[in-house]
Design a protein around this ligand. Structure first.
Ligand code: PEP
Ligand code: MG
Length: 324
């Protein structure tokens, strides 16, 4: 079975009705890139840069970050590399980044990700400069995590302009047309998706957090893990609406949460109109196998029926049928 999957590595990534699907990979550290190349991923859809900051003393400076981002960008040889700005906080902590004695009453709802970066502008600017410098060596994109207000997008875009100006003044090269995207992983952003799509070049749906925040179920708490359900009708509708609005607005949209790597969800997402998936590289060929045997024309009708349902049992029945 593994050998059969391996042979799919070079297969053209398209559905039965010839719709091309981009299968990209998620990474946490530059060394993960070997695994990404081994499955011939179409790009890096998510580089979780906070892992460069975790499990160490101190924090990586601008130069050290630049080296890491350039290594990944170069290794991908012109394929797109999507680097996410620091998503620290909640379950992902770094000793050196703790803000004094402050203990957070509810870390998942607190100062994490983009909120943290906007509160620490010097740290954020150093990361943005490191990313921009690396953008000169390949095809790089910047991804902003945990957006809930469009004012955060506006502030982050202004910071990127500041970082660009600093590099220009220092005569350092970067890709001036670098694309900036945002993660849709808070229900408010999925519901108000149009305002985010207008401001950003591309969107990426973080289903891990989107499920957590939609259902109010801590993704790390085993006591409530049975309630963490990707097939909850509210979750399905939020994802479908996000994809539909982004496609309508002409904005590329991907899913980069665990759902993208779950072959049982591949046809659901295809039927919602998704054409770009990013996942752990170990899951990529299994998802590819599923899409090679899928027909998006049939799926569109099945998904329309699925989205009208709100009875869990009925949803399960339709999902089984779609995957049969
Ligand atoms: C997500 O929330 O789905 C996601 C991809 O981001 P992370 O898992 O790093 O929070
Ligand atoms: Mg997330």
């Amino acid at each position: 079975e593994r050998n059969k999957l391996k042979r799919l590595k070079s297969a053209h990534s398209a559905t039965l009705d010839d719709v091309e699907i981009s299968l990209e990979a998620n990474i946490e550290l530059p060394q993960d890139i070997d695994q990404v190349r081994a499955v011939d991923a179409a790009g890096v859809g998510l580089f979780r840069t906070e892992f460069l900051f975790m499990n160490r003393d101190g924090i990586p400076g601008e130069d050290e970050q630049f080296e890491a981002y350039r290594a990944v960008t170069r290794a991908m040889n012109g394929k797109p590399v999507t680097i996410r700005t620091l998503d620290i906080g909640a379950d992902k902590t770094a000793g050196a980044l703790e803000r004094g004695e402050r203990s957070e009453p509810n870390p998942a709802l607190g100062l994490r990700a983009i909120r943290y970066c906007l509160a620490e502008p010097q740290l954020f600017l150093a990361q943005l400069r490191a990313m921009l410098r690396a953008s000169h060596y390949g095809r790089m994109r910047i991804l902003l995590p945990m957006l809930s207000h469009v004012s955060e997008v506006d502030q982050a875009l202004a910071m990127i302009e500041t970082a660009k100006r600093q590099l220009r003044d220092a005569r350092i090269k970067f890709d001036n047309d670098i694309q900036v995207g945002g993660m849709i992983e808070i229900p408010a952003a999925a519901i108000a998706i149009g305002s985010f799509a207008r401001r950003l070049d591309f969107l990426s749906i973080g289903t891990n957090d989107l499920i957590q925040y939609t259902l109010a179920v801590d993704r790390t708490d085993e006591e409530v893990s049975s309630l963490y359900d990707p097939l909850h009708p509210a979750v399905l509708r939020l994802i479908a609406q996000t994809i539909r609005v982004c496609v309508g607005a002409g904005r590329p949209v991907a899913v980069c949460g665990e759902m993208a790597g779950d072959a049982r969800m591949t046809r659901i997402l295809l039927g919602m109109g998704l054409r770009q998936f990013s996942m752990h590289p170990a899951q990529l060929l299994e998802v590819k196998q599923r899409l090679l045997t899928s027909d998006t024309r049939l799926l569109v009708q099945q998904i329309a029926r699925l989205l009208r349902q709100d009875e869990p049992e009925r949803i399960l029945e339709i999902v089984e049928k779609i995957n049969a």
